[in-house]
Each structure stands twice: as C-alpha cells, then as structure tokens.
Design a binder for this molecule. Structure first.
Ligand SMILES: *Cc1c(COP(=O)(O)O)cnc(C)c1O
Length: 840
C-alpha cells in the first residue's frame, strides 16, 4: 500500500476539536501502557496499532451498548444473518471512517510520532471467506448497521482463514493464514456464552398420551464459545455484533488416560472438537462433501439457533411469536440445517405440535441462493447424516412426507415431479439435498441478480417454484460504498464531495450530479488526475512485489476474482496471446499500451485452475521480456488476492473484465466495485452485468459474446469447438502457440491439456466467444485512444452506480423479506428516521 494521505475529514478545512484530540492521544497512550504493557519508547509499530485499535474499540463499545439497549427496550425485530463465510478484510480504517474519527486519529497518531497509513497495513486481513459470497456477508453487515437494523451475523471463528497464496515459478502454493497470531483487538471473547452442540448417538421414541416423543441420546458433545466483533454503521449511530463460534471439548483432558501416561490420547477429544473451527474450506463454488464440513455446518447452526432462541425467550417468554421478532437469513445452503434444528427445538424441546412448529419455522427463515452450478449444489449421503445427525434425518424425512403429499396433490401421479422436488435424491446412493431443504423451509427464496433469479425459476428450482409459487424473489447484490469508494479511493471521494456536495456521503443518488460534468474538460482533467494517482500507487506495488515496471499511462485492464473455468480467465489469456502475436506481426502499428492485471486464488484441489495460473505466468514471462513490444503489453499476476489488495487494484483500473460464460455468474460484485471506481466494463450479458448495463447505458459498457439462451442451445447441440477454431485464424494460432509450448519451451507439453480442452470439450465456450471478445477488445483500444470520450464513459459509470449500494439491497431485504423497519437515510436522527417495512 502506498503512503497516500487519507482525506476523510467530516468537513474539509474545519479545524479539529482540540479537546477531543487530546483525549484521543491520552486514550492511545493509556492503552499502550495498560493493555499492551509498553511505553512509547519501547513500543513497536504493531504495539501502536493495537493501542490505537483498542482506543477506537472503546468508543465503538459505548455506542454498541447504547444501541443494544435501545433495540431491546423497543422490542424491535432482529435479523440473524447465518453465513459460513465473512470476508471482512481490515477493520481499522473502516471503523474509524464510520465513526467519523479518521482525521482525529490520523492527527493524534501523527502527534505521537506514528503514521496511520503505516499502522493500517499491520492489521491482518480477516479472510474468513472465499470470495463473493463471503464478501457479500461483510458488506451486508456494514449496511445493516448503517440502516440501524438490529442484526447479528453468525458464523465460525476459523483459526486459519483462506490460505495465503504464493506464486513460485508461476505455480500457486498454499500457506496457512495465521491471522490470529498477534491477537485480534476487535473481538470480545464471551466465556459465559457457551452452547452445547451434539453429534451422533441414537434416537428413542416414546408414546406420550398418543403423541410421539423423540429423545436424542447423542454420543458426542462440543462446546461453542462466542466471540463478538462490533460492526459499526456509517456515522456511528448503530453498532451490531458479528458473533463467531469457536469449538472446544467440554472435558479438555481425560485425567484417567492422562494419569496412565498416554498424554496424546488424553487430549484426543479436545483435538477432535477443535478441528471443527480449525480452518475454512477453500472451495469456492463447489461443495466440499467431507464429514468435517457437515460438522462445521451443524456446529454453527446449532449454536446460533440456541443463542437466538434463548434471547427471544428471555424477551418474550414464549416461542409462538418467533417470526414476529426474528428473521433468519440463510446465506446459501451451508446453514440449511437450521430448518431441522429449529424444528427439533420446537417439537422435541418445547412440545410444539408439528404443524404449528412448521408454520413458525417457514415464517422465520429465508434463503439466498448463490449459484446454479451443479457442482456447487450441496448434498450429503444419507448414511453420513444418519451417523452424525440421526434425529435431524428423521425430521427431514417427516418434512418430506408432508412436502411430497403436497406435490402429489399438485401433480397427481407425476413421479418425476415428486422425485425432482424431494428432499432426498434417490438416484445412485441416497442423498439429502440441502437446496431443497432450505427452499421448503423458507418463506422467501432469493436469487442475487435479476437474471439469476429468473434462471432459478427455469432450472434448479423449476418444480419447487411450481409447487410453492411466489416464494422466489430477486434481491440484486450490492456493495458498501464506505469501503469500496470512500476508503479504497479517498481522492475520488474528495472530488465527489466537492462536486456533488457533502450530502453525497449519505445519499449516493446525488452522484448523478456528475452527469452534467461528464464532458467538461476541466472536470475530466481532475477526474483523470485522480485515476492517474491511483495507477501510480498500483504501479509502485507491482514494482515492489514483482519487480516488473509498468507504464501508468497504459490502459490498466483488470481481472481479479477467484480462478474458475466459468469466470474464463482462460479466454482473457488466450486473447492476450492473440494480441501479442498481432503486435509482433505489426510492431510499428499504433497499438494502445495495455497492462493486463490478473489476481485470484484457485482451490488447492482444482488442478485445472492452477494450470491456468501457470499459463498466465508463463505468458507474462514471455511477453514482459519481449523487446519487440517496447513495453506496450505487460501481463501481471499479483499473488494473494484478498480484500486489501482489491482496495488497491480497483481504484486504479481502467477496464473491468467480467467475462463469465453467460448464465453462470449469479451476480458478481467485483463488477460493481470496479464500475463505481470508474472502470469501464468489458463483459458478457451475465449476472449483474445486465443491470449494470441498464444503469450505465449500453454506450458506456462493452458487451460481447453469447447470451445465456444461446449458451443453453449450443450446449444441447453438443458442438465441439474444432470447427469454430478452424474458422478463426487468430484463435487457431493462439491455441497452437499454447499447445506447442511457445510459452513453456522447457516443457512443451505443459499446456497440451488446456489446448485439448478448448478444442474438444470447451464446456465454458471459450472458443465460441473468442472472436467476439477479440473484436470488443479492439474497440476498447479505439475508444481508449480518444481520451475525452473514454473519460466521459468512465465518469458516467461512477455517476450511475448508486443503485448498486448494498444499502439499497438491504432496504429491499428489510421491506420484502424480513419486515423490519429501516432508517430512511443514514444521517437521519434516530426515532424519526424510521420507515416501516411493507409487512408491519
Ligand atoms: C468482491 C470480491 C470478490 C468477488 O469478486 P467477483 O468478481 O464478483 O467474483 C472476491 N474476492 C474479494 C477479495 C473481493 O473483494
């Protein structure tokens, strides 16, 4: 990260309150002595960071306790967001910014002789998520606090987050992410908040006055301990908790075994329990399928439900009113077991009749679907379920009986229909379908972009939608502008405040004031200056990390996201090869200079994706060292993509690559972050790209390629790509170069597998979209060479992105799904500023 100053003064130019400044300096020094145990003379930079973070945390905690009490006293309905992933990133400047204390702390620390921008880099990135799904959960937490919705996030406190990626000789290597090794100043351990989570054993049934009564005798118990991280909303008016569970054994040491001298076995139970929260599964968009994963899912679901039921009972004294006071959102199918766990709590522990318990359950839950990819649809073998969660399997069977009776009533005699909606997949080994379970147990099921929600109705949930019409709804994803604009891009933020007015920070629709300035020469120049500054910072980072020099006036072409076949980094690198060849053919043509920037991790077991990383790096090696190009094309692979790296790359991007095979990217949120920061999108009509086009205007985005229905038709035809390649000399030549080892002379066969996949299988249709993509890229070149037109498109992207704020998304969830009131505008005062959700 560069040492650029952060410019977030609440009112530019206004002097700081000297009293408050002195108080904050005193607070930091006190923390340094009393919490860290050092004096200023011997403190390391990390000590200073810790002291500053703790001083800030104190200020947040006061607001936290106040808002907790207010919402408790008012008996307000709470939202619980259950997610196995929260991709948070750093919290220090985020919390400072939202508390309005950034300039204050910057000055205070400066007076104490330390630089804030230096300290912020010492905070490890909290990477408790893989990618978009986990980052969405983090943006939502921030927006819920901003909109003063009383909410809890529930998840797992993984000892190790997403692996660190190191690129060595072009190959990805994975290293453990030890994010907690220096302690975590944001969290509060709550040793008194402990829930017992059970596994295994057997179930006994007794007849109690004509009613079946199930008693689960589990074989194993694990304790879940709460750790709370306060999440502060914009302007610091509301604070919510992110409650993460850590696992431990109830009896850490078996003393009998210990005394007999077998020290290892004595702590075996402890090791088995702690394995649950040891690490985050690094699979993005594919089901993990391992027993430990199912244990993780049940562990956090069970602890969270016990926790919220206990809280509700303490306030309301009964569970009948649960849906009036509680809304539980399931982020993907990972927490689907919540449906069965709530049924167990209601029926087995609180004596509810099945039908009434079911009504309460369905009214309480809602479920967000994130993907249509078949490999990501979670299923679990019935035998595993039976062994680990015998009572929950019984509950699933009973839900299924009622559900299939409904299916039979709807489509009498239609066996295929029943098989398709069943919670159990009977084909080849019986499996529990987590998507079906979440759907049946929820009153609302949402997709994450308009197109994705429509495709859900046509594909995975076609039959369930027929059975339960009106449950499926759309909630297009959003991003929090506090992080992705204000923090990531302080210079653009300063320019926007000046041109759109201070109120833009509370009401992003005011960005539309940029419209009138989009063609204004002087404004364009200032806008370009900001971009140029950000590109210099990125160029510096690239030089530091990779030793490669890039030209900051070249077009920065960015594809940053998980490495996945459907996201088609391969299409991008094949086009890069074709461009390279074209430049070599005509070295004296007036080529636009480009820097192709890639970043992203591949799941450790996803060998093909790792081979694509190697290909990108090998192409980079050849291209970057070819003197014929005179530096006009560079290929950069930045290792260890995470939130903090995204915060540097995104403000520096000119072109945003959103090139997934149409129909496969549910929404994307990287596309939104980049457009908001003035990058022009080159993309397919997929996910939220479609809505981005609708907002920014077709003339300010470069759309290419097949549409989702073309893809489906072509897939049915099962055409192989040989013909397509034959008809495209450019593509033939690029594929041949990859195949023949031009980029891997030391191992000519290295990429034979990739070339073969493009020629003969190509399920993601790289070949079919290639020519259209290449043409779109050349028209991007042409536009880049007319700078005023390019700048205008870039400004209009910023001006028209307000709708993609996660505040808008959360408002829609609050009104249509959760039925909770939201603050009208973040700056509106509490009490008056609430508007009621549609449902009461
Ligand atoms: C936003 C974000 C993502 C999601 O990117 P997509 O392009 O939507 O796949 C993944 N990882 C990080 C670190 C992000 O910030």
């Amino acid at each position: 990260m560069s040492d650029q100053p952060l410019q977030h003064d609440p009112r530019p130019g206004e002097p700081l309150d000297e009293l408050q400044l002195a108080e904050i300096k005193g607070a930091i020094l006190a923390k340094l002595r009393l919490a860290i145990g050092k004096d200023a003379g011997m403190a390391t930079k990390r000590d200073w960071y810790m002291a500053a973070a703790l001083a800030l945390r104190d200020r947040i905690v006061h607001r936290w306790l106040t808002t907790e009490k207010q919402s408790y006293d008012a008996g307000r309905k709470r939202v619980y967001y259950l997610s196995l992933e929260f991709l948070i990133g750093r919290l220090f400047t985020d919390a400072l910014n939202n508390m309005g204390l950034l300039p204050m702390f910057e000055t205070a620390l400066g007076d104490l002789g330390v630089g804030l921008s230096e300290l912020r880099r010492l905070e490890p990135d909290a990477a408790l998520g893989n990618g978009g799904l986990g980052r969405l959960a983090a943006c939502f937490m921030e927006s819920m606090a901003t909109l003063s919705i009383p909410a809890f996030g529930y998840g797992i406190r993984y000892d190790f987050g997403l692996f660190r990626q190191i690129i060595s000789h072009g190959l990805q290597q994975e290293y453990p992410d030890e994010w907690l090794s220096f302690g975590n100043p944001w969290e509060f351990q709550r040793p008194e908040v402990v829930h017992h989570v059970h596994f295994g054993g057997h179930v006994e049934h007794a007849d109690e006055r004509g009613r079946d009564r199930a008693v689960w005798h589990p074989a194993e118990t694990v304790e879940a301990i709460a750790y709370d991280t306060p999440i502060v909303g914009w302007r610091g008016q509301h604070v919510n908790a992110l409650r993460l569970w850590s696992a431990r054994a109830p009896d850490p040491l078996d003393l009998d075994v210990f005394n007999s001298g077998d020290y290892i076995s004595a702590s075996a139970e402890q090791a088995r329990a702690e394995a649950i929260c040891k690490f985050l599964y690094p699979n993005d968009e594919s089901a993990a399928g391992r027993e430990l994963r199912l244990r993780q899912e049940f562990f956090f679901v069970s602890a969270s439900l016990q926790d919220l039921v206990e809280r509700h009972l303490a306030a309301d004294g009964q569970l009948r009113s649960l849906p009036q006071k509680v809304a539980v959102q399931l982020n993907d199918t990972h927490p689907s077991l919540a449906v069965t766990e709530l049924m167990r709590i209601l029926v087995d522990l609180h004596n509810f009749r099945w039908e009434e318990a079911w009504k309460i359950t369905v009214a309480t839950f809602s479920y967000t679907n994130h993907t249509l990819l078949p490999e990501a649809l979670e299923t679990w073998p019935v035998e595993l379920f039976e062994r680990l969660l015998p009572r929950h399997l019984e509950i699933i069977y009973r839900i299924n009986v009622h559900h299939l009776a409904l299916a039979e009533a709807r489509c009498p005699g239609d066996i295929d229909f029943r098989a398709s909606v069943s919670l159990i997949d009977e084909r080849g080994g019986r499996k529990v379908r987590m998507g079906q379970l979440a759907f049946v147990g929820s009153h609302r099921i949402n997709g994450v972009s308009a197109m994705h929600s429509e495709l859900m109705k046509e594909t995975v949930f076609h039959d369930l939608n027929h059975l339960y019409p009106s449950r499926i709804t759309n909630k297009t994803n959003g991003i929090t502008f506090r992080r992705w604009l204000m923090l990531a891009n302080p210079r653009l933020t300063a320019l926007l405040r000046e041109t759109c007015g201070e109120a833009v920070l509370d009401d992003f629709s005011l960005l539309e004031k940029l419209e009138d300035l989009a063609s204004d020469n002087a404004f364009q120049q200032r806008f370009r200056d900001v971009k140029h500054h950000n590109k210099l910072a990125l160029a510096r980072l690239i030089a530091e990390r990779l030793g490669t020099k890039v030209d900051p006036s070249a077009l920065f072409d960015v594809q940053i996201k998980r490495i996945h076949e459907y996201k088609r980094q391969l299409l991008n690198i094949v086009e890069t090869v074709a461009l390279y060849q074209a430049m070599k053919d005509e070295p004296d043509r007036n080529w636009a200079s480009r820097v192709k920037i890639f970043a992203g991790k591949a799941a450790a077991s996803y060998h093909y994706a790792k081979l694509i990383i190697k290909l990108i790096n090998d192409v980079a090696n050849t291209v970057n060292n070819d003197p014929d190009l005179r530096g006009r094309l560079k290929v950069i692979f930045l290792p260890d993509y995470n939130v903090s790296l995204a915060e540097v790359i995104i403000p520096a991007a000119d072109l945003s690559e959103q090139i997934s095979t149409a129909g496969m990217e549910a929404s994307g949120t990287g596309n939104m972050k980049l457009a908001l920061n003035g990058a022009v999108t080159i993309g397919t009509l997929d996910g939220a790209n479609i809505e981005i086009r609708d907002h920014v205007g077709a003339e300010n985005i470069a759309i290419f390629g097949m549409e989702a229905d073309d893809v489906m038709i072509r897939r049915k035809q099962g055409l192989d790509a040989t013909d397509i390649i034959k008809r495209s000399p450019r593509l033939s030549r690029a594929v041949a170069a990859i195949e023949n080892g031009e980029f891997s002379p030391e191992e000519p066969n290295r990429f034979a597998r990739i070339a073969e996949a493009i020629r003969f299988h190509d399920p993601y249709m790289v070949a079919a979209d290639f020519d259209s993509y290449y043409e779109a890229q050349r028209s991007v070149d042409a536009r880049w060479q007319v700078m005023p037109a390019w700048t205008r498109a870039s400004i209009l992207n910023v001006a028209r992105m307000a709708w993609f704020s996660s505040d808008r998304t959360i408002r829609e969830y609050a009104e249509d799904i959760w039925h909770v009131p939201v603050r009208r505008s973040p700056s509106a005062t509490q009490g008056k500023g609430f508007q009621r959700g549609a449902g009461g």
